[in-house]
Design a protein around this ligand. Sequence first.
Ligand code: KG4
Length: 339
Amino acid sequence: MQHKDVIILGIETSCDDTSAAICKNDTIFSCVISGQEVHKIYGGVVPELSSRAHQQNIVPVIDKAIKNAGISIDDIDAVAFTRGPGLMGALLVGCSFAKGFALAKNIPLIEVDHLHAHVLAHFIKEQNEDQKFPSFPFLSLLVSGGNSQIIIVEDYLKMKIIGKTIDDAAGEAYDKCAKIMGLEYPGGPLIDQYAQHGNRFKFKFSKPKVAKFDYSFSGLKTSFLYFIRDRLKEDAQFIENNLFDLCASLQYTINDTLITKLLAAAKETGINQLALSGGVSANSGLRSQLTEIAEKFGYETFFTKPKYATDNAAMVAVAGYFKHKEKMFVGQDVVPYAS
Ligand code: KG4
């Protein structure tokens, strides 16, 4: 059966990015992201400041997304928003706006799970671009600031988590180790940048041993802290003198851990398509390390564009489209969930 075209407004406010996007079916027409500089000096996201910034940003960001898409507010057929997981105060801003908008325009309201949206980011279609999409089933490695999961994706709306972190997420490992080296938040992109000039085999850090397809990164963070502390006793300039090699070695350890489990999952499930999403999937070392290994073993790899790897509303709008097709709407009594 042919579906009528639908235009969806997507809203994402789960953490420290206020984002709005417009899609027509699964094709994206605009995506506006407003980051929050205010957290940098604190070395991490401050929830109360995040909610306040979302309050300030939400109307201008949505207004810009509608204008950039070249549509009128009356063209919007449905509104999709991130319901959770995330920071409660931050989620409430997007959820309340979406509810008010849906009520005022008398259009359907669609709730989207943040992690589900990260996985569906692989299906964001660009206008006038030839793209390659994974086919079902595929294995998704979702690696962000709050999550590290291996998921069997059976369909747009059917997924099964087969591995996850038992403590810190991969993004947290990047950010916390960056903080130990005195780098700004979020440290992941900086480590990526510095690692490109370093020797990944210069320092060896122990890799976590956890059952099956689960991850653990808190031990690595602690051993990195002790390692740096001990070296600084011998040489006060140790970090400055070895920054590139430290970043390269740390990045290699985190990425190797991620890839080893993903390949083990691929072997056991017999699934040969591997798709990476979430903020950490923007890491250039992770992309090249996985591509190299995947070629050797005959796996096909898929990476979301870096702009859709980190938090964005395009993935929420497109996830909203797949739920709209199934008429999965929610009522005005919907509330966000933090975890
Ligand atoms: O997906 P995301 O924007 O937010 C969450 O839903 O958590 O991911 C943010 C995380 C942060 O930990 C950030 O340091 C990390 O993604 N990140 C990176 C890179 N870009 C973002 N980590 C390593 N290398 C990068 N290039």
